[in-house]
Design a protein around this ligand. Structure first.
Ligand SMILES: Cc1cc2nc3c(=O)[nH]c(=O)nc-3n(C[C@H](O)[C@H](O)[C@H](O)COP(=O)(O)O)c2cc1C
Length: 186
């Protein structure tokens, strides 16, 4: 395994994760910095991956805690693990938020009706309720709450578990796109 092959495997896994519902990286965990400075973590669906720009796309409700956290501090990490290939990826970068622009409009247009309905709930995510609410059925009204999050990663930590010896590599991209790669101790 070379560093180039490790990077290729990582990008292929992200591409498959965005495309395949049952791909291992389809539901990674997104870490943000909570408003109190504590770590905050949740599962999200990986909606897109553009290898050329290293951008990962996620959809969320602009009333959610994570959205406010990313407004306050755009630094975020996405984590995924594929038990079949025994590969862990950790992708760190900065998020841009798209609520009322062409990127959000295109993401909304491309999303399924059932996905759109979830954004039509009257309740701000995290609101205390006496019981779980009924599923929203409005496929249109949720647009006001829908947002696309693009996470452009500049750091990739790649780990492959192997009985013959675990392998770990770190990839860093500078602002001009230049990449530095090295093996690191697992
Ligand atoms: C399999 C799975 C997929 C999920 N996908 C998303 C998603 O794409 N976007 C999202 O905002 N929340 C998603 N959630 C819900 C989040 O994990 C989280 O509970 C919710 O967004 C509130 O998070 P927050 O309070 O940290 O903002 C998903 C949960 C699960 C279990």
């Amino acid at each position: 395994m070379t560093l180039e092959e490790a990077l290729r495997a990582a990008f292929a896994a992200l591409e498959a994760g965005a495309r395949l519902r049952h791909g291992a990286f389809h539901t990674p965990a997104l870490a943000t910095i909570g408003r109190d400075g504590a770590p905050a973590l949740r599962t999200v669906v990986l909606r897109g991956f553009d290898a050329a720009t290293r951008c990962l796309a996620i959809h969320t409700d602009c009333r959610s805690a994570k959205y406010a956290e990313l407004i306050a501090d755009p630094r975020a990490v996405l984590h995924g693990y594929d038990a079949a290939t025994r590969m862990q990826l950790r992708l760190a970068g900065r998020a841009t938020l798209h609520h009322d622009d062409a990127i959000a409009d295109a993401a909304w247009a491309a999303s399924r009706k059932t996905s759109r309905m979830t954004y039509a709930t009257a309740w701000t995510p995290g609101t205390a309720l006496p019981a779980p609410p009924a599923a929203p059925e409005d496929p249109v009204g949720g647009r006001a709450h829908f947002a696309a999050v693009l996470l452009r990663f500049d750091h990739l930590d790649w780990l492959l578990l192997d009985p013959a010896g675990h392998a770990r590599a770190r990839f860093d991209w500078a602002a001009d796109g230049a990449m530095a790669a090295s093996w690191v101790a697992p």
